[in-house]
Write a protein that binds this ligand. Structure first.
Ligand SMILES: NC(=O)NC(NC(N)=O)C(=O)[O-]
Length: 343
């Protein structure tokens, strides 16, 4: 999620969700009937859309999103995107920020599931958002019903009627991963976002959302991580993750890549086995649980460095469903990997 999104009040359905249409996580533009003014890929960017008053290109006004030309024939425009990972969708943000005279008056969205590859003419598209009204320069939040929330999708087809531009499409939901494919005793990253792990609560995420620490690969810059504001009072910052599957953690990687003057002085990892808990319990309830046990004791960190912990430095507390990464007193973490076996 973008820096602005960590401070913008998101709807309830987006809290604790990930953006399955995130380019940073791997979502890709596949096809558009027309993208004359602005390419489809811009609609998937993670950062908040901008407006550059004096910026024009050979097609017209430079716009930060997907924008088709003015349609002079019957019909409407549509586009296909591949989600970053198979997932279940709780709701959308159809964001027309900065599209004031060229936004589409209406849109609708379909979804489909492909075991592999991208949709062809035989794809089984299912409507997930019926035709709805859009306005200028606004976030439009649409929550899915319970039935739609259960379905797993790999691709979306976005219809705009009849033409125009959308700055960003966010598809808030959770990753779907078939844990049956993971062998007993097979070492996996239990924190990986594609495996369904996501942040439930955090003390502060002023400069970067905690889920960024779970993304694939190494951080591309300091913005590609979890970073808190400077803590001016007592205490320390923390984030709580719900693992995609219960597991036993055996090896930990804490990566402070790009954090050179703002890495945490120390960190600590705790785990808890709370199978009865779900995503909606409060941070207070969770923090109050006596089930938290240290997996990694409070440990010194260094700037811009990959820290690996294994063997005796990693306490085997048995299966955990949730982990809590505490950083002292504040700062930024680029990636967190929790290697172990599924319980
Ligand atoms: N001023 C505009 O934005 N005009 C056109 N759009 C772009 N991007 O130039 C249009 O016709 O919608």
């Amino acid at each position: 999620m973008s820096e602005q999104e960590t401070s913008v009040a998101l709807p309830d359905f987006a809290v604790g969700a990930i953006n399955l249409a995130s380019a940073r996580l791997g979502a890709r533009a596949i096809y558009a009937t027309d993208q004359f003014f602005a390419p489809l890929a811009r609609m998937l960017k993670d950062d908040s859309p901008v407006f550059l008053p004096g910026e024009y290109d050979e097609h017209g006004k430079w716009m930060d999103g997907w924008e088709s030309r003015r349609k002079r024939v019957p019909g409407h425009d549509w586009a296909i995107i591949r989600l970053a990972m198979p997932g279940r969708i709780r709701g959308f943000d159809v964001d027309t920020s900065h599209f004031t005279g060229n936004y589409p008056p209406q849109c609708s969205i379909e979804g489909c599931y492909m075991e592999s590859g991208d949709p062809d003419e035989n794809a089984d598209w299912q409507e997930v958002l019926a035709k709805c009204d859009l306005g200028p320069n606004s976030h439009h939040y649409f929550e899915m019903d319970q039935d739609t929330r259960q379905r797993v999708f790999t691709h979306l087809r976005v219809h705009i009627y009849p033409d125009g531009g959308i700055a960003r499409l966010r598809a808030y939901g959770s990753a779907y991963f078939n844990w049956d494919k993971v062998g007993d005793g097979e070492e996996v990253d239990l924190a990986y976002i594609f495996g369904g792990t996501h942040a439930l609560h955090w003390s502060d995420a002023h400069y970067g959302h905690p889920d960024r620490t779970l993304a694939p690969g190494r951080g591309v810059n300091m913005g590609d991580g979890w970073e808190t504001a400077r803590r001016r009072g007592p205490g320390h910052d923390w984030m709580i993750l719900k693992l995609g599957h219960p597991g036993i953690i055996r090896r930990i990687v804490v990566d402070t890549a790009h954090f050179k003057g703002n890495f945490p002085d120390t960190c600590m990892l705790l785990g808890a086995n709370l199978p009865e808990q779900n995503d909606v319990f409060s941070a207070e309830d969770l923090a109050a649980s006596e089930n938290w046990e240290p997996i990694l004791e409070q440990t010194k960190l260094q700037a811009d460095n990959i820290h690996e912990f294994s063997g005796a430095s990693v306490n085997n507390i048995g299966p955990v469903t949730h982990v809590r990464l505490a950083i002292f007193p504040d700062g930024g973490i680029s990636r967190l990997r929790l290697y172990g076996v599924k319980a």
